[in-house]
Design a protein around this ligand. Structure first.
Ligand code: IMP
Length: 419
């Protein structure tokens, strides 16, 4: 096996700009493969003057030669996938490059209703999910009543499994006025299945065939370390493994095939939905970061919570991912602040605690860095050309990850990064 897999993961609470990093790197790879999550993720791409959000198809869709693989660890909303295939075709992209693993699971229409009903039932403790049915689809998978993409190739089998899934949620659905009828769900899903069928492959054979031919594969993570189902701020997490190890089970590869693990971190933090956020800011600085950073959800449009960079969470993300390098995004958003905070410790009752004990209202220690007044506009400059306070700040971030910085983005344009 001569091929190699590099993995890109988010290091905070999502929305670090992974898609853009994958877009930049995709040309060097034969395959971009997503390994987890579904259309809860969202990444916008710019085509001429059109902006479109891609939620299921991996980033890098506009690089002509890369194959785009929807891995077995994903849960796939067929309607979203069909719409993305249509959109990419309309933009002139060759969609035959899109392959879907037979092991991926299907998000059925009722899953979204169950998701939202469970959120309502949690009241003030709501997770703040994207409402796309991701959790309930993974619940069906773990309960061994899920419908796989492979099942869709046999309509009779798919139908029987869809009935079982629907009936397992019958209690909750009976209370919802807008619940889909089971027969409608089955017929619409089978119609969409026919559209997806030409893209379905044996996911493990596909990846290993490619590796044996020496392919370079970029595994694209969704969400981020602190939203991982096992390692994040449970229960305020998503329902899949978002860390680098998720690429192994989500694609069906052993850990030794992985070469680089590149984490993506924003120069500050943001979080959508509920759950603890130790470095959270409110007031004028938060408003400034939100506006300058366009911190509104790609999928939901919700304003994101924002805060200082969190070095405690950064060290944790480094450990659970086994990083080899880091990309820092959106450094330019911090320009113009007099001073910039970095959270360097969590404390409870005077004792220092780690991420495992993160909770609402935990006390934090903050270290302050000098700001820089000027905008970081000029693309193509080296890291060393940044203003001295910006360099010192980037060095502090690097030290908290303990791995080299691959590059730092300083603006939304493709060329606006320094290394
Ligand atoms: P779910 O994945 O829709 O179940 O949502 C669970 C949690 O993950 C919520 O806090 C969501 O806001 C968060 N989440 C899911 N996907 C993303 C994402 O792409 N970016 C940021 N947060 C996300």
């Amino acid at each position: 096996m001569n091929g190699k897999v590099d993995v890109i993961v988010g290091l905070q609470w999502g929305d670090e700009g992974k898609g853009r990093v994958v877009d930049l790197m995709a040309a060097d790879y034969d395959i971009v493969a997503r390994f987890g999550g579904g259309d809860n993720a969202g990444h916008s791409i710019q085509v001429g003057d059109r902006r479109m959000a891609v939620r299921i198809i991996p980033s890098g869709a506009l690089v002509p030669h890369t194959e785009l693989f929807i891995g077995g660890g994903m849960v796939v909303n067929l309607e979203t996938l069909a719409a993305e295939l249509d959109l990419l075709s309309a933009l002139g992209a060759d969609v035959a490059r899109v392959k879907v693993s037979d092991r991926a699971h299907v998000v059925l229409p009722h899953h979204a209703l169950v998701d939202r009903a469970r959120e309502r039932a949690r009241g003030a403790d709501a997770i703040g999910t994207t409402g796309r049915g991701i959790g309930p689809a993974y619940v069906d998978r773990v309960a061994r009543i899920g419908v796989t993409v492979g099942d869709l190739l046999d309509p009779r089998r798919a139908e029987a499994k869809m009935r079982a899934s629907f009936q397992a949620s019958a209690g909750i659905l009976a209370e919802l006025p807008d619940a889909p009828r089971m027969e409608d769900e089955i017929s619409s899903t089978l119609a969409q299945a026919a559209r997806i069928a030409p893209h379905v492959v044996d996911g493990v054979a596909f990846i290993h065939g490619a590796l044996e031919r020496g392919a370079r594969i970029l595994a694209e993570g969704a969400q981020a370390a602190l939203l991982d189902i096992g390692l994040g701020t449970y229960p305020y997490v998503t329902s899949s493994h978002t860390v680098a190890g998720g690429a192994c089970v989500g694609l069906g590869i052993g850990p030794k095939v992985i070469d680089r693990v590149i984490g993506v971190a924003k120069a500050y933090c943001s979080r959508v939905g509920g759950g603890p956020f130790p470095s959270e800011l409110e007031g004028p600085i938060a408003d400034r970061l939100r506006e300058r950073g366009h911190e509104y959800g790609t999928v939901t449009g919700r304003p994101r919570r924002v805060g200082w960079f969190d070095a405690v969470a950064a060290r944790y993300a480094r450990r659970v991912n086994g990083l080899t390098g880091v990309v820092v995004t959106k450094l330019d958003v911090l320009s113009g602040l007099e001073r910039i905070g970095v959270v360097t410790a969590y404390r409870r009752n005077g004792s220092v605690v780690d991420v495992g004990e993160m909770s609402e209202g935990i006390e934090v220690g903050v270290e302050w860095y000098e700001g820089w007044g000027e905008e970081l506009k000029s693309p193509g400059h080296a890291l060393g050309d940044l203003p001295a306070p910006a360099r010192a700040y980037v060095e502090a971030l690097r030290a908290s990850f303990g791995v080299p910085i691959e590059f730092v983005s300083i603006g939304p344009e493709r060329s606006a990064f320094v290394r």
